[in-house]
Design a protein around this ligand. Sequence first.
Ligand SMILES: [Zn+2]
Length: 247
Amino acid sequence: MGTWSRLIPSGVRTMIFKQVMRGDTVHCPVCDRGAIAYLPSGSPPRPHVLCPFCGSRERARMAWLFLKERKVLRAGLRVLHVAPERCLSERLTSLPGVKYTAGDKFTPGYDYPPGTIDLDITAMPFAADSFDLIMCSHVLEHVPDDRGAMKELFRVLAPGGMAILMVPIALERATTDEDPSVIDPRERIKRFGQFDHVRLYGRDYVDRLRAAGFEVIEDAMTERMDAESVFRYGLMRSEVVHAGIKR
Ligand SMILES: [Zn+2]
């Protein structure tokens, strides 16, 4: 940090930064604000990722657009947010009369948003039919017993409710690549795409969700949008929304 920036209080720096970033080149659907660009993020950094205002990334923006389109967001919603993204948690908790529960499997050394509970999604301390909306995005690829987790998510979802269950999918694969004996982080990166992923889902992901009881919505949102909207909303073409409905 330079001498000048040290002299300016951080709150003022943030204010100046947000003022500078205002624009109408892109529009974040999560915080509903226009910006001159999405910021680069990741390692190695990818361009066009982070909303400068709410910190949303591509998949959070897609999930939020999906929920808005389907008119899922309403007052009094009972929400379970697994591995909560801060940007979405801010929006969900501001719904009038919302009953919001956030949970994550605690890992030492990580920092969780205040109020988040330590949660094992294969055995949850909630009664059946407890939630109208479950957000559980990019979680199941980390869970060894994902079929158990899906059944548990189905159990706590109320009839008529929806669960957002997005995962990374290799759409060129018909079947999921899975091998519990692969525990070496480097081997997992090579085979499953990340050091802590326990499988790489293929197109049969939907079959697993159906086996747990869900009626599945599979929505490749970017395929029905024009290129300009995909750019403005900052979405990833490889990302597909998977949502489970409980009838
Ligand atoms: Zn935003």
